[in-house]
Design a protein around this ligand. Structure first.
Ligand code: ADP
Ligand code: F6P
Length: 334
């Protein structure tokens, strides 16, 4: 559970809009529900924008009611759909977006997405004055200013479930498996999954490891005798699928690991209880922050507290993997 700030309403919007943008993440639906129900409770109209910024610039949006968000809290993906929209990087297009919102009488926009989506929201606010609130919605957990992001917990649990199954084959055949998890250039998913799965090795972009060192460790494990099997969790890094190349390099050293790329399975599925509560609180609190006069912020979590962080900071700084946690995880290798 979270500690919520106490906020006094000082501003009333006639209408606000909500969208999901970038890679989808389990928990986006409970976040939409939180926004819609809190806004209706505060007497505002709510518009749901389809397909992120693509829908905004196409004026593709519709009024949402309490019923629109009934029975969605348990559903993965996003009922508003999501998209990547190159055109929104053009300042002229952002001016058009602001004009569309103004024509509909929409005074504020809540954007649920990753750092790219939050960058778009920040620029829209700075250039056009539209009030915006961002919510961290990505499985990667790579957003500065928040300990947690919507979808991260579900993705970690989905990957764990898969690895527990892979381990059966790994031990039956005395094999090593390289399991690639998502996370772009950050190892948050890998480190958490690796630790919770009791992985024999964790490879993250934040800590380079020589292939020759990996080969030596695998050879040592193999020579240690029967039953040598193991899971090596690999963060995808700059491009999905690079783990195949890593396996090739290990083969050149006499190892024969199998590769399993978990891929988009990590983005789907019903959100965990943790993600549902997180997303619901963030969604509802985004509306409370708007009513309290805030704009151009992200609502996130810091040590169990719901907090506001300037979007300028969110997009300017990089969230690093805790070096102590990384050390601890690496210490637990066989
Ligand atoms: P995520 O939000 O998951 O990080 P992306 O980086 O793909 O995903 O960004 C999602 C969308 O946010 C982009 O398709 C674009 O519409 C918008 N966006 C990203 N970066 C910018 C930017 N620098 N300026 C304006 N809009 C951006
Ligand atoms: O941002 C989440 C993420 O899942 C990354 O970990 C991954 O690299 C990327 O999205 C892939 O997204 P897509 O297949 O939608 O381009």
């Amino acid at each position: 559970m979270y500690t919520l700030p106490s906020l006094e309403p000082v501003r009333q919007y006639d209408a606000i809009a909500v969208m999901t943008s970038g890679g989808d993440a389990p928990g986006m639906n409970p976040a939409i529900r939180g926004v819609v129900r809190a806004a209706l409770h505060a007497g505002m109209k709510v518009f749901g924008i389809e397909r992120g910024y693509s829908g905004l610039i196409a004026d593709d949006m519709h009024r949402m009611t309490s019923t629109s968000v009934r029975n969605i809290v348990q559903r993965g993906g996003t009922i508003l759909r999501s998209d990547r929209c190159e055109a929104f990087k053009d300042p002229g297009v952002r001016q058009q977006a602001a004009a569309i919102l103004a024509r509909r009488g929409i005074g504020a926009l809540i954007v649920i997405g990753g750092d790219g989506s939050l960058t778009g929201a920040h620029l829209l606010q700075q250039e056009t004055g539209v009030d915006v609130i961002g919510l961290p919605g990505t499985i990667d957990n790579d957003i500065f200013g928040t300990d947690d992001t919507i979808g991260f917990d579900t993705a970690v649990n989905t990957a764990l479930d898969a690895i527990d199954k892979i381990r059966d084959t790994a031990s039956s055949h005395e094999r090593h498996f390289l399991v690639e998890v998502m996370g772009r250039n950050s190892g948050f998913i890998a480190i958490n999954v690796g630790m919770a799965a009791g992985a024999e090795m964790i490879v993250v972009p934040e800590r380079a490891i020589e292939v020759s060192t990996m080969g030596q460790q695998l050879a040592k494990a193999r020579q240690a005798g029967k039953g040598s099997s193991g899971i090596i969790v690999v963060a995808e890094g700059r491009e999905p699928g690079l783990t195949y190349r890593l396996a090739e390099q290990l083969r050149e050293q006499g190892e024969d690991p199998r590769v399993c790329i978990l891929g988009h399975i990590q983005r789907g599925g019903s959100p965990t209880g943790h993600d549902r509560v997180l997303a619901t609180c963030l969604g509802a609190m985004a509306v409370h922050y708007l009513s309290a006069g805030y704009s151009n912020i992200m609502v996130g979590v810091n040590q169990g507290r719901i907090v506001d962080v300037p979007l300028q900071d969110v997009i300017s700084f990089r969230k690093g993997l805790d070096p102590t946690l990384l050390e601890l995880a690496l210490e637990l290798h066989r």
